[in-house]
Design a protein around this ligand. Sequence first.
Ligand SMILES: *[C@@H]1O[C@H](CO)[C@@H](O)[C@H](O)[C@H]1NC(C)=O
Ligand SMILES: *[C@@H]1O[C@H](CO)[C@@H](O)[C@H](O)[C@H]1NC(C)=O
Ligand SMILES: *[C@@H]1O[C@H](CO)[C@@H](O)[C@H](O)[C@H]1NC(C)=O
Length: 573
Amino acid sequence: MEISVENSLVIVLLILYTLLFSGFDANALPYDYTASIECLKSPLKPLYGGGIIVNLVFDTGSEGWEAYGEAKIELRELVGNKFIAAHARNQPSDSMSQKLNLQQDTLYSFSAWIQVSEGNESVAAVFKTATGFKHAGAVVAESKCWSMLKGGFTSDSTGPAELYFESKNTSVEIWVACISLQPFTQEEWTFHQDQSIEKIRKSNVRIQAVDKQNNPLPNATISIQQKRPGFPIGCAINKNILSNTAYQNWFTSRFMVTTFEDEMKWYSTEGSPGHEDYSSADALVGFAKRHNIAVRGHNVVWNDPKYQPGWLYSLSRTDLSNAVVRRVKSVMSRYKGQLIAWDVVNENLHFSFFESRLGNQASGDIYRLAHVFDRSVPLFLNEYNTIEDSRDGAAAPAKYLQKLRQIQGWARNARLGIGVESHFNTPNLAYMRAAIDTLAATGLPIWLTEVDVQSGPNQARYLEQILMEAHSHPKVEGIVIWAAWRPQGCYRMCLTDNNFRNSATGNVVDNLLRQWRSEALFGSTDSEGFFEASLFHGDYEVNITHPSSSPHSFVVFPINASLQSPVTFQVTV
Ligand SMILES: *[C@@H]1O[C@H](CO)[C@@H](O)[C@H](O)[C@H]1NC(C)=O
Ligand SMILES: *[C@@H]1O[C@H](CO)[C@@H](O)[C@H](O)[C@H]1NC(C)=O
Ligand SMILES: *[C@@H]1O[C@H](CO)[C@@H](O)[C@H](O)[C@H]1NC(C)=O
């Protein structure tokens, strides 16, 4: 890369390399972000050597394991893999169990490999504790191969607990192998986040100032300023922003990406059949463009029967099918080239309005059609409770993966994305991280698309925990907060009052935005002409002055994860 500016005198070399971590506290066990989403002939080794699970390879028979409920359990072996089987089940929870001791406020990462004797069944792992049942997660287990269940929970109390498994279909046996339960303290959890941020969101940069003859220039004055963050963080908006300067100023000074709360939705753009009105959505797109804010398209259709344009319900199957084709074409061609993503069939796991009217392949057809009208952006699924709530079987990561595979089968070449809405009540960070790990095994981009927390005394604290967990996860590519402002109150969470003074949640967001960008840096080059800094990814402006040259600066200094070391920029002044 060569940037030429007039009056050549100083050459600056930027050498970029990734900071390697070696000197960390040996006592802090690193977190294992891996997950397997293939059904395998043999289970993989238990994570963390099994953690605090006793007799996990069953080398002392079934010691440490007992029957839960009325099931019978036995130790078996199949192609060299020992496992424990629960059969003669009458209740969903009839299974195998192990008694453990849990510590209060400790985060537990759980994993196990599960198989059922017949068919495909959802199997959940549950911990019965003094304060209630903790659902660690669920997997769709198959017969004849092993599926990995990855999950977790935080314990509210110290004391005895019991792990067991649950499957609604009592006519199948539950087989379990390679179980792991690894405790982490809050400090260790935060340490994982810090370590991950250093590795994935920042890069170490070395700048060397040299003169025309390539001699290092010590004592050159250098300043580095971040112009734009690399990691996209945004917030929803609605048409209220168009006529409210205070709202505009508050929003544009913080966010670089947005989603429109309602304005692109079908019920907003086609109030009566054939009468389309895109004026609000167009105006919002224009506003975002003027302020260099990226827009996620939301949404092409919504699978919840409650949120259809009123006139849709009375259509015949053929008319509905035609209306869907017109809708996909109309909204996607209109905004082609102006968006960074589309939520295509919103809430496809909890609802099936279009499947119920048009058949099982309806969503697949809509993604296929979407791929025809805009190939330039990833086509997202968008769902709630996948990372928020381990008890919602309908939207568990395993179900999300099933749906993804279905859609990939119907819309073969479509570039898909994973949207997790993130409407939280009480966050369960161990589950959240494990759920994202599982989704990440697809290799598809993952965004948190609608982050909010129910109101209550812990709203701001929980929001901070969720945003920190998301930003530090190596596979999360962007975050949008769901707090479009309305004078009568936001959906679940506002970041400001009606005068655009931050609420507690707004302060959380501002603090994090500050933490996640590099402060302005000033310094001088050392005796070898070097200046070194660890910088968050983003665009920077660098200014260099040296007595032997006129001061100069250069902009567009993009630091991102894709740069391979060493990278050399030459600037001739
Ligand atoms: C339970 O599993 C068996 C074996 O796969 C299957 O035949 C049966 O249909 C399942 N029952 C239900 C209610 O899904
Ligand atoms: C179980 O799931 C696998 C993979 O999704 C599929 O190939 C298989 O047909 C399913 N089996 C049954 C009995 O549904
Ligand atoms: C470095 O620059 C400062 C101020 O510009 C000057 O006072 C100092 O003498 C310089 N040091 C060297 C070693 O050139």
